[in-house]
Design a protein around this ligand. Structure first.
Ligand SMILES: NC(=O)c1ccc[n+]([C@@H]2O[C@H](COP(=O)([O-])OP(=O)(O)OC[C@H]3O[C@@H](n4cnc5c(N)ncnc54)[C@H](O)[C@@H]3O)[C@@H](O)[C@H]2O)c1
Length: 373
């Protein structure tokens, strides 16, 4: 494969993150195809032109449909909002392109199913933006589980909290509308927690959940009006994995003080692993060995012995950041394109995550256990 042409849709938070990933993946990993930054697409013409120059793209475009039949484009990064993921992803897959789409997959389970069906029949690879599982510390946790360092796994405890909607003064926005944004905390952040669970321990099979909205109305900007928040601020569940392992998932977008807490504990018969995204270069390991008096959690600080950390930095403890996880994700997509193998999380695996979060919403509404996978 001589080179790959890239189109990027969206220039916001995730748009910039994907742009950095595409620019850095070759300098970091070396032996990969030449990357051509072909087209940057967003809806504001002036801003898109400005960003295309800053990010290094050859062209700026405001109509994403013009990219569908453009033969210079091989891979499309979709970082536009959730309500356009399905339409864009399906069109690009049908045109034979590879698609890297941000999470959550879509607004509804029906849309996610349509995306997975399109991917099944497509020539292109698919990847969803579950960046946190690309962390070398998390990959090391998976390795320690596989080697039996903490014995047989008996329990998963997951928590994801942020405070971006904790204040009642945050104005009403499209985030509050189910038809434009979809689920609340479940779609925004619980899906990341499920990606950890599925990556480390396999699929969740059933859920029993509860959910609620803390701030039920928010002020509409520029008016005296208060408008209803349609989706959930808090959701939590007890879960059962296909393997029989039990677990809990807890999530809030109204948890004061939490900026990006994504924490899991993996309980084993011989020890425990603990990870927290707010300290993303560390993994905590407890092993029930040695004299009781000197036992305790050990902090493993990531370094070159935790691949692919060493591709970025030759010295241990100097620490990776959020944007570097996206570079690792880009490399994973390029590897899968080269080998023809499936990415994790591809659209088929992403659909399983959507079944868990939508299953949690259904379980909470019906006040009963729901089979999800
Ligand atoms: N992986 C992660 O950790 C992570 C973090 C934040 C957001 N996200 C996801 O990324 C996506 C985008 O979120 P964001 O925070 O970057 O949003 P954002 O609002 O900062 O950026 C979205 C961009 O898409 C553009 N856009 C909207 N409609 C468009 C269209 N029809 N054609 C072209 N451009 C269009 C907007 O103008 C905007 O520039 C969401 O799906 C979100 O859930 C993922």
């Amino acid at each position: 494969m001589a080179s790959l042409g890239i189109a990027l849709i969206g220039t916001g938070f995730m748009g910039k993150c994907h742009a950095m990933a595409w620019s850095h993946v070759r300098p970091v990993f070396g032996d990969i195809p030449d990357i051509r930054l072909e087209t940057l697409c967003d809806i504001d013409p002036e801003l898109t032109l400005q960003r295309s120059r800053e990010y290094g793209f050859a062209r700026a475009e405001t109509d994403w449909r013009k990219l569908i039949e453009d033969d210079r484009i091989d891979v499309v990064s979709i970082t536009a909002p959730n309500n356009v993921h399905r339409e864009m992803a399906v069109a690009f897959l049908e045109a034979g392109k590879h698609v890297w789409c941000e999470k959550p997959m879509a607004l509804t389970l029906d849309e996610a199913e349509a995306m997975a069906a399109a991917a099944e029949n497509a020539r292109g690879r698919t990847l969803l933006g579950y960046n946190y599982i690309k962390n070398p510390a998390v990959m090391h946790a998976k390795h320690l589980i596989a080697t039996g360092d903490i014995g047989d796994i008996v329990h998963f405890r997951g928590q994801v909290d942020e405070d971006y909607l904790a204040s009642p003064d945050v104005p009403w926005s499209k985030r509050a509308r189910i038809d434009l944004w979809g689920l609340g905390t479940l779609g925004d952040i619980t899906c990341h927690l499920v990606s950890f669970a599925h990556f480390l321990l396999g699929d969740i099979a059933s859920v029993a959940a509860d959910m609620g909205t803390v701030v039920k109305q928010r002020p509409v900007p520029g008016t005296n009006e208060m408008r209803e928040v349609e989706n959930e601020d808090i959701a939590h569940a007890i879960v059962r994995f296909k393997s029989g392992i039990s677990g809990t998932l807890a999530s809030s977008r109204a948890a004061w003080g939490r900026k990006n807490l994504i924490r899991f504990e993996i309980h084993g018969t011989k020890g425990m692993l603990v990870f927290d995204q707010e300290r993303l270069n560390e993994l905590q390991l407890y092993v029930s060995e040695g004299p009781e008096a000197t036992r305790g959690f050990r902090t493993i600080l990531t370094g070159p012995s935790h691949s692919p950390y060493g591709q970025f930095i030759p010295a241990p403890g100097h620490q990776l950041g959020f944007n570097e996880l996206k570079v690792i994700e880009a490399k994973h997509l390029l590897d899968c394109i080269a080998s023809g193998s499936e990415c994790f999380v591809n659209f088929a695996e992403g659909l399983k995550i959507e079944r868990v979060i939508h299953g949690m919403a259904r379980s909470a509404r019906e006040r009963s256990w729901v089979e999800v996978n």
